[in-house]
Write a protein that binds this ligand. Sequence first.
Ligand SMILES: [Fe+2]
Length: 457
Amino acid sequence: MTISSANAKTGYDQLEYHPGFGGAFRSESVPNSLPKHAHVPEKVPYGLYTEGMTGSAFTAPRHSNRRSWLYRIRPSVVHNPYEEYSGNNSLVYNFNQDNTDEVKSTPQQLRWDPLKVKGAENLDFLDSIRTICGAGNAQLKSGVAIHWYQFGKDMDKKALYSSDGDFLFLPVKGELLIQTEYGRMHVPPCHIAVVQRNMKFTVSRVGEHSPNEPASGYILEAFNNHFVLPDLGPIGGNGLANIEDFETPTACYEDTDEEWLIVNKYGGKLFQYTQDHSPYDVVSWLGNYVPYRYDLQKFCSVGNISFDHADPSLQCVLQVPSDTPGTSIIDFCAFPRRWSAVNDTFRPPWFHRNIVTEFMATVSGYPSPRDGCNLHNPGSAHGPDSASTEMGYSGKIPDGPIQVGAEGSMICLMETYLPLNPTKWALEDSGSLQPNYHEQWQGIKRHHTLPASSYAG
Ligand SMILES: [Fe+2]
C-alpha cells in the first residue's frame, strides 16, 4: 500500500484544510499532479485518470453551479455489478402518512431521551443508522430525513455514498474521522460536517475511548438541494457563520489492492458492489463541489440587546432553500452559550405556535430530560415548562445581561416548513420516547387579575 506523504505526516487532529465556503479549490497531495490548463488533458500528470463529478445540472445558474474534477489512480467505474446490500438497512425513505408500516403522522409534541440503537457496540456506522423522522420521499428528491447513528465498530474496507441527499453530520458522542475522496476530516462533537451527494466516505471513531464504546449523533439529509449560507441582510458582511471558518479537506490518497465494499444509498434503498482497490485513490482534485466541516463554537451570535427575543433564524448556520423566497426546506441553527441583555422582557423563550416544524437536538450541556431531542410539528403549541414560566413571572430574573446556556453547551435546531413524521423506530423500538412530555406544561398557573369572565351579562 502506498500512502501519500500528506497522509504519513499528519494525525487526524493535525490534518490540513482549505478555508472558505462556496469557492473553488485546488488540492494536490503530490506537487504538480493537477493539470496546468485543461481539465481533461490527453495525458494527466503521473498517469492519472480524470473523473468529473457534478453537483448541479450543467445549466444551473453560475452562483449555484457546482462541479469538481478528480485525478485518480483508477476511475470509479472499475467495479463489479451492483446488487442489493447484504447488511442492515433500517433507513426510511417514504415519509408519506400512508406508509403506516414505517411512519406515523402526529401533531403531538414529542421528546426523546438520548436515542439508543440496540447492539450498537457491534455495528459499524452504516449498519447503525436509524431514521428518526422525515418528510417527503427520497426517491422523488423532495423532502428531508433526520437519522441517528450509534456505532462501536469501524467500517473497515467499506465506503458509502448517497445519491439521495447531502449528509450533514452532527456528532454528539465520540470524535469522527470521515475519510472522503477529497481527503479526511476530523469531526468531534460541537462540529458539523457535510458530505454532499455521490461523494464516497468512510466513518471511523477516533480519540480516546474504550474499545467498542459507541459514538453517536444525528444526520440531517436534505433531498432537494444543497446547503448554502443564509443571506445576512441588514446584519452586514460579518457574523453568524463566517465563510473562512468552513474547512474543506486536502487531497490525500492510498493505493491498495484490497477488496472494498462500496454501498450506495439510492432512492432510499441500499445497493452494494465490490472493487479490488481503494476508492480513496484521488491524488489531486479541483472545483467547488466538495465536502466540508465547521466548528459550531465559531458561530458568531448576534443577540438581543434592547427588549424582546430575536427569532431563532438569527442562529442559522446553513440552510437548504425552497423555491419560495425566504422559506427554507431546512434551516440548521446552532445555539451555543451567548449573552442576552434585555429589559422588560419575559426571559424564558416565549410560548409559540409556528407555521414550521422544529426538531431540536441537544449536543451538550443540558441534563436530563433535555439531553435528547424533541419534535414540534406545525401549529403545535410549546414553550417554557411550568417551572421556567414561574421563574419568568417571578421578577427574580434581573433586567440586563445574562448568559444563556452553560459553558460548552450546544443545542441545534433543524427547522422546516414540512411536517415531520416520526418513524416507528423512534416512537417504539428506540425505547427513548418520553411518554409524559406534555405534563411539563400542565402546571402553568393562571396569573391574571381579571374578573372570572368578560361574558358576564
Ligand atoms: Fe419552538
